[in-house]
Design a protein around this ligand. Structure first.
Ligand SMILES: Cc1cc2nc3c(=O)[nH]c(=O)nc-3n(C[C@H](O)[C@H](O)[C@H](O)COP(=O)(O)O)c2cc1C
Length: 396
C-alpha cells in the first residue's frame, strides 16, 4: 500500500521523497510533478522566496521510460537557493563544525522553542529548517503521483480558498467543478467567488502594509470517489479520521472539518443529515444534500468528499512584534525575522489536496489492491458492478 517519507531541510541541498507501494504501469513524467509543484508556489501575499525558488526535479528511481516499475519511486527536489548562495553551504554543511550566528530568540507560534527543548539544541535553526513548510514541496511531489493513480478511477481533487482573514465566501456559495480548477488557480488568492476574491485581496494588502500576517480556510473537494474507502470496523481505518490526521499534519493547519460539521453541530437532527434516495436513471443511491461531506461511518459514500482546513496566521511577521525570550540571556526580546509570506493560505490549499490525495490513493489501494494499474482499475470496476443493490450482490 502507498506510503511515503520525506527528508531534507529548508535551506539544505535538496528535498527527497520516497513513495512506496505504487502499482506498476502508472504513467508519470517530471513535467506532471513539476506542474503540481508550480501550483504550490501560487498565491498573492507570498514572499520573494517563491519567486526565485525553482523546483528542479529529478526522478531517481522507480520510473523507466515514463512508467512506474512497482519499485519505490524516489524524487529529488534540488534547492536552487542552496546552489546560489555560499551562506547556505556554510550554514547547512553536514561537516563537523558550528554556526557563527545561532538563532536564540525563538518565534512564538513556531516549532523553535519546543523543538530546542525536546532535542537539546541551542540554535533554533536546528529545528526550523525541518519544521519549515518547504518540506511540503516533497509532499506535493508525492501527491502529484497519487493524483495520477486516482485519475484512473475517475477521482479528481481540487481546492479553493473560502476564507482569508476576515474575508469569506458566502456559506452557500458555488463550488468549483473539476474543469474549473484553472479558474481557481488563476485567481491571485485561489478563490472561486470573484466578489469574495476582491475582499480577500484587500485583506492581504492591508496586512502587508502593517507587516502582519493572515490565516484562513480552504475547502478540498474530491469528485468521483468510489463507495467503500475506509471502514467503520476500527478507529484507525475510518476515512474521516485518516483525512483529519493527514490534513492536520500540514504546517500551521489547526482545524479540519469534514462536510458541514461545524454548522451541523448547531442544528436539530431532523435538519442535519443527508436524505437517501434511489436514483433510477443512475442506478445508484444518492444523498440529496452533502452535509456529511462524503463519508458515513468512516466509509466513503460515493458523494462529493468535502474537507476544510483552517490555517492560523503565519507566526513570522515582517514587523517583529511577537514577544519572546533570548534563550542565552533569558531577557525579553522580540522574535527574529526570517523571510516570510503575508499569507500562505492559497498555497496550503494545494498541500491539502496533496494530503487528501495520498490518503485516498492509499485507501483505494487497500480496497482494490493490484500490482499493476490495470489490475487496480479492474478490481475497482468489479467492485462497482456489485454495487447497485448490495442486497442482491454475490456474498462471496
Ligand atoms: C505552504 C505553507 C507556507 C508557510 N510559510 C510560512 C512562512 O512564510 N512563515 C511562517 O512563519 N510560517 C509559514 N508556514 C507555517 C509554519 O511552517 C508553521 O507554523 C511552523 O512550522 C510551526 O508548525 P505549527 O504551526 O503546525 O505548529 C507555512 C505553512 C505552509 C503550509
Amino acid at each position: 500500500m502507498l506510503r511515503f517519507l520525506t527528508a531534507g531541510e529548508s535551506h539544505g541541498r535538496a528535498l527527497v521523497v520516497i513513495v512506496e507501494g505504487l502499482p506498476a504501469g502508472l504513467e508519470v513524467t517530471v513535467e506532471q510533478i513539476g506542474d503540481e509543484l508550480a501550483r504550490r508556489r501560487l498565491g498573492y501575499g507570498r514572499g520573494p522566496r517563491q519567486r526565485f525558488e525553482v523546483d528542479e526535479l529529478t526522478l531517481i528511481g522507480g520510473v523507466r521510460h515514463g512508467r512506474t516499475l512497482g519499485s519505490p519511486l524516489a524524487i529529488e527536489i534540488a534547492n536552487s537557493e542552496w546552489k546560489r548562495s555560499d551562506k547556505w553551504h556554510a550554514e547547512m554543511s553536514p561537516e563537523p563544525g558550528h554556526t557563527e550566528s545561532p538563532l536564540t530568540a525563538p518565534r512564538p507560534g513556531h516549532a523553535d522553542l519546543a523543538g530546542m527543548q525536546k532535542y537539546g539544541f541551542s540554535d533554533a535553526r536546528d529545528v526550523l529548517e525541518r519544521a519549515s513548510a518547504r518540506e511540503t514541496a516533497a509532499r506535493v511531489a508525492a501527491g502529484a503521483v497519487a493524483k495520477l493513480l486516482l485519475g484512473h478511477l475517475g477521482v479528481e481533487i481540487l481546492s479553493h480558498v473560502v476564507r482569508l482573514g476576515a474575508a469569506a465566501v458566502t456559506p452557500d456559495g458555488a463550488r468549483p467543478m473539476p474543469d474549473q480548477i484553472e479558474r481557481v488557480d488563476e485567481s491571485p488568492v485561489r478563490c472561486f467567488d470573484s466578489s469574495a476574491e476582491a475582499a480577500m485581496l484587500a485583506e492581504v494588502k492591508a496586512a502587508a502594509a502593517d507587516g502582519d500576517s493572515l490565516g484562513g480556510i480552504v475547502e478540498v473537494l474530491a469528485y468521483g470517489l468510489p463507495v467503500g474507502l475506509g471502514s467503520h470496523v476500527h478507529w484507525d481505518r475510518k476515512l474521516d479520521g485518516l483525512l483529519a490526521q493527514a490534513v492536520m499534519s500540514i504546517q500551521a493547519v489547526k482545524g479540519v472539518e469534514i462536510g458541514s460539521a461545524l454548522d451541523v453541530a448547531g442544528r436539530r437532527g431532523s435538519d442535519a443529515h443527508d436524505p437517501i434516495r434511489w436514483d433510477e436513471g443512475a442506478n445508484r443511491y444518492r444523498r440529496t444534500s452533502d452535509l456529511a461531506g462524503g463519508t458515513e461511518g468512516g466509509i466513503s459514500t460515493g458523494e462529493l468528499l468535502v474537507v476544510r482546513a483552517a490555517m492560523k496566521p503565519l507566526a513570522t511577521l515582517n514587523r517583529p512584534t511577537l514577544e519572546t525570550v533570548d534563550t542565552v540571556t533569558k531577557e525579553s526580546t522580540v522574535s527574529f525575522k526570517e523571510r516570510t509570506d503575508v499569507t500562505a493560505v492559497p498555497a496550503m490549499g494545494v498541500v491539502a489536496e496533496t494530503m487528501v490525495a495520498l490518503v485516498l490513493a492509499r485507501e483505494a489501494q487497500r480496497k482494490f489492491g493490484g500490482d499493476t494499474v490495470n489490475e487496480f482499475v479492474a478490481n475497482a470496476a468489479a467492485f462497482a458492478a456489485t454495487l447497485p443493490d448490495p442486497a442482491t450482490a454475490p456474498s462471496s
